[in-house]
Design a binder for this molecule. Structure first.
Ligand code: NAI
Length: 471
């Protein structure tokens, strides 16, 4: 067996693993990144990036259809789904190629193969050219997560995970989405815009369980306007083939209902890829499948670290990338640790939902006294000029200290707007830090500033609560 020796080995090349490889290379460590699939992982190949391309194509189609309202008359508009796929695939190719170049530029080697821990500091890799034994004093597990399968709904045929749903040969005429969470709503809504008749089956009481219902309500309204059927308190229990498609059996509040589908998208969550890595033999501590790590991303086994989805919630690419940089610096002997106040979360529905910090429910659970500030996009000049006025910014401010505790945005470019809110939380901002910052006009971030001022009765472009919170 071929033997190789490195300073550090990273298993997995998703947004956690590749970022870690790049940073380790920058810090001068002889680094190997092992990947069984494609560099870029789920995010670049079959997740965040291709889904956002499809969502953008669907949005462009919908916008073009309604462009007559702003005086742009398009005689005929149709979808070339093959071209959407080709465009999306081109983006994935460019990005994954870019990541490979960055790894190379930083002298991090990439080995294609399936890795397994074979002892302390030892990794065995099954490659096309045969097995390779790699030794390193530092090993980082960044193996990510995969979609959960529910009993009776194994992926294959008409039953798709998000992976297949991103590469369908055509827009399905009838799509049943099981699970009204992040992925189900992002893709379900995009396919509805592209002409599919979509039904979302959600086990919880509302779509996006756990999210502020006031934010979710705006998206639910848009789904209804698109003709999407939403069935809550509904559990998919089985399916039978019907032609090329499926008849999906659903238990809705104790009743059996059947939904006909050409494709069924199952998006009921993801689970960590922690099996088959040899973790048990090394005695690595796990918690419900997630590898347990400390603030320096160390596992309980010396020299072994874990980052990203496999190391716990939230399973978000930007959390993985941040952990990657921390662990690379820890390995390089720098004084680094995970010390983050706020991790933003974005749901790329229409309108988008973006949140950071505490939700109203969490504030209530903790018994915190807060002021709520709100600003509707219907009152934003910029939102009007782009024709996207649905939604609002909602901020929670601690009553006594007037510090920001949480921000929820549903509306245009919420995904971008959340960056300023995240910086504010990370810096422990007081309302005046935001209120005394000049925001360019006319722009959407003014809505965040106005919502913050509204919390203390000082908004200029919306009516303040009476009595003013801070006269
Ligand atoms: P999710 O956890 O967001 O939603 C799963 C939904 O399925 C929940 O609403 C749950 O109540 C429902 N459910 C569970 N079992 C069910 C059943 N038998 N029948 C009907 N409904 C059922 O999971 P999802 O959408 O698969 O996404 C997984 C993770 O991937 C997310 O939690 C997130 O961390 C990440 N992600 C992030 C994105 C982003 O940042 N924009 C986009 C997509 C995924």
């Amino acid at each position: 067996m071929e033997h190789k020796q490195y300073d550090a080995v990273v298993i997995g090349a998703g947004p956690g693993g590749y970022a870690c490889g790049i940073r380790l290379g920058q810090l001068g460590l002889k680094t190997l990144v092992i990947e069984r699939g494609s560099v870029g992982g789920v995010c670049l190949n079959v997740g965040c990036i291709p889904s956002k391309a499809i969502i953008h194509a669907a949005k462009t189609l919908e916008k073009t259809k309604h462009a007559g309202a702003i005086g742009v008359v398009v005689e005929s508009v149709h979808l070339d789904f093959q071209q959407v796929q080709a465009w999306k695939n081109g983006i994935v190719r460019k990005l994954t190629g870019g990541v490979s170049s960055l790894l190379k530029a930083n002298k991090a080697e990439v080995l294609r193969g399936e890795a397994r821990l074979a002892g302390s500091g030892v990794v065995e890799v099954v490659t096309e050219a045969g097995p390779v034994r790699v030794e390193a004093p530092h090993i980082v597990i960044a193996t990510g997560s995969r979609p959960i399968e529910i009993p009776g709904f194994s992926f294959g045929g008409p039953i798709c995970s998000s992976t297949e749903a991103l590469s369908l040969p055509e827009v399905p005429a009838r799509l049943v989405v099981i699970g009204g969470g992040y992925i189900g709503l992002e893709l379900g809504q995009a396919y509805a815009k592209m002409g599919a008749s979509v039904t979302v089956v959600e086990a919880g009481d509302q779509l996006l369980p756990g999210q502020d219902p006031e934010l979710v309500g705006v998206v639910a309204k848009k789904l209804a306007a698109l003709g999407v059927t939403v069935v809550t308190q509904a559990k998919a229990v089985g399916w039978v083939p019907a032609g090329q498609g499926a008849r999906v059996e659903v238990e809705v509040q104790g009743r059996r209902e059947v939904f006909e589908a050409d494709k069924v998208l199952v998006t009921v969550g993801r689970r960590p890829n922690s099996e088959g890595l040899g973790l048990e033999a090394l005695g690595v501590a796990l918690d419900r499948g997630f590898i347990t790590v400390d603030a320096q991303l160390r596992t309980n086994v010396p020299g072994l670290y874990a980052i990203g989805d496999v190391a716990g919630q939230p399973m978000l690419a930007h959390k993985a990338s941040m952990e990657a940089e921390v662990v690379a610096e820890v390995i390089a002997g720098k004084a680094a640790a995970w010390d983050v106040t706020a991790i933003p979360a974005v749901i790329f529905t229409d309108p988008e939902i973006a949140t950071v910090g505490l939700t109203p429910a969490q504030v209530a659970e903790r018994g915190l006294a807060v002021r709520v500030g709100k600003f509707p996009f219907a009152a934003s000049g910029r939102a009007m000029t782009t024709g996207d006025t649905d939604g609002f910014v909602k901020v929670l401010v601690e009553r006594d200290t007037e510090r920001l505790l949480g921000i929820g945005i549903v509306g245009p470019q919420a995904s971008d707007l959340i960056a300023e809110a995240t910086l504010a939380l990370e810096m422990g901002a007081h309302v005046d830090d935001v209120g005394l910052t000049v925001h360019a006009h006319p722009t959407l971030p003014e809505a965040f500033m106005e919502a913050v001022k509204h919390a203390v009765g000082a908004a200029v472009h919306t009516v303040n609560q009476t009595p003013a919170a801070r006269p």
